[in-house]
Design a protein around this ligand. Structure first.
Ligand SMILES: Nc1ncnc2c1ncn2[C@@H]1O[C@H](COP(=O)(O)OP(=O)(O)O)[C@@H](O)[C@H]1O
Ligand SMILES: [Mg+2]
Length: 249
């Protein structure tokens, strides 16, 4: 890894830019696997989470969104990290802190047309987090959030939801009830085995449907660049099947 710390001006490599072949291909294979899954069970709304910050959740959400949209699907990228939303910044859609987003839709202080931001890529729309609320977990757990997700489902073919880390706050766990499946990101050098296990446990405790694990930043010699920034993404999945409902017990 490069020694430089980019925290003040975080940049992400995006598929379609000057991304290495292997990077773009990894996302295409993730897309293909999700398409296969959707043949047998609904897989329209996908939540991205991980155990701690900096594992690459937002990075994976953006690139999966772009890859899905490139296949002609209408995609909405949802920034449900209401505490530290980063998608607008990563996508260079700079907005003031008070810009409309999920929280403004939930409080009724903005309309859809104010909150949704079309991105330069065809078929791709961003729904930012909006002004930071005092009670993010409660907002995400509310029936209004469910209606919001249902509305998005009417408009889009695919909804990718970025979230905060699942071992730090409950936001992702509560939101998992309103999505079809969850992808967990792990990153060598950042994720610990205990962290990954605890994330899985937290998600299973709320009957989330875990679709699989995305390994971000898998460091191979082949994928390294001169600046030491590694872009290889490998992907594994296991389908835990349908969520258990109380009637299954
Ligand atoms: N594969 C990678 N290699 C190097 N840096 C990465 C990689 N993935 C993400 N990063 C960097 O790590 C930081 C955190 O990524 P981000 O997607 O915001 O993580 P999270 O959403 O999990 O907090 C960002 O500065 C991002 O550029
Ligand atoms: Mg993030």
């Amino acid at each position: 890894m490069a020694n430089k710390h980019h925290s003040s001006n975080r940049e992400l490599l995006q598929v379609g830019d000057n991304a290495p072949f292997q990077f773009t291909e990894s996302y295409k294979s993730l897309r293909t696997n999700l398409e296969f899954m959707s043949a047998t069970s609904e897989c329209k709304s996908i939540m991205i989470t991980s155990s701690v910050p900096n594992e690459g959740k937002s990075n994976v959400a953006i690139n999966l969104g772009i890859t899905m949209a490139a296949a002609g699907k209408k995609v909405i990228l949802v920034d449900a990290d209401l505490r530290k939303g980063t998608l607008s910044r990563y996508l260079h859609m700079h907005r003031s802190k008070s810009h409309a987003g999920i929280t403004s839709l939930l409080t009724g202080s903005a309309e859809w047309k104010d909150a949704l931001i079309p991105l330069p890529q065809p078929n791709l729309v961003l729904l930012p987090a909006g002004p930071i609320p005092p009670n993010p977990a409660e907002m995400l757990a509310s029936p209004k959030m469910k209606s919001l997700m249902d509305m998005l489902g009417k408009y889009a073919d695919c909804i990718i939801v970025d979230t905060p880390p699942v071992t730090v706050v409950t936001d992702a766990a509560v939101l998992s009830r309103f999505v079809d499946g969850v992808l967990m990101v792990v990153r060598p050098g950042v994720t610990t085995i205990q962290g990954a296990q605890l994330s899985k446990k937290n998600l299973e405790a709320v009957n989330a449907r875990l679709l699989g694990v995305v390994i971000n930043g898998y460091n191979t010699k082949k994928s390294s660049r001169k600046d030491g920034y590694y872009y290889s993404y490998s992907y594994e999945y296991y389908d835990t099947g349908r969520r258990k409902s109380s009637s299954d017990k």
